[in-house]
Design a protein around this ligand. Sequence first.
Ligand SMILES: [Zn+2]
Length: 300
Amino acid sequence: MLPLITHPAYDIPLPDGHRFPATNFSALMQHMERTGLLHSFEIFHPEPASRQDLKITQHPDYIDAIAEGTLDPAALRILGLNWSQVLANRSFLAVNGTLLTARKALERGLACHAAGGTHHAHFAHGAGYCVFNDLAYTATRLINDGAVGNVLILDCDVHQGDGTARILQDNVSVFTCSVHCRENYPARKALSDLDVEIPKGTGDEGYLAYLATALEEIDRQMPRIDLVLYDAGIDVHEGDRLGLLNLTYEGISRRDSHVIRHFRERSIPVATVIGGGYGHDIREVAARHASVFQSAADMG
Ligand SMILES: [Zn+2]
């Protein structure tokens, strides 16, 4: 059975009508239970990260402000979430959820986090619904611990992984690749090690061609990869409320299967995170997020 990392405290309490799907995380678990997909997985829960742990990739003052609820209104507006003790707790849990997923992937080859992909979080501030950057934190910790020599972060969320790119810009052991829609947030893009900018309105075939080119380029630039962190954001879907690409569910499924197969065929461990996905119907969004778990189960 494949490791699946989750926590009952992952949901974020938000006012009705907020654009972030607050009960996304429990809805995804319920969807997988309903469809039987959960039977393919063994479930693990993370422990919260400590403030000390997080200092490797987040500013100490920012960590304290999240823990204590002292972020100023301007910072909260950029973050896009209302502060609550529940939000603080789940933020410390979710970063370690991605770390645990990566550790399980190193043991077993493949593991999935039912959260994660908070790639807009920067060193000293949150942004775009992202409190702490789980991808930068996980990659940096595993390298510092000597668990891996290098990490590839392959970010296929429709939005650029700008926070990840900036936090890791001087870390030569992490290769950041962002495959995103050119016209989507953020307006001012960061510089990843490899950015693949896809024009808005691109559908399945066009998207998968860009992805194939990105994987070839990664093969060229990284002769050896110890671990892949794969952000399988589903805001590339044609029905997404924020994303400007036009992938079908089938296109997303082909993307996820292609990425996982590509690296597993080379015996490279893959840890997946769910990334973004936005819609009015929480069950529909959950079904889209399930794609990467289905692809992993089919492969596992
Ligand atoms: Zn996104």
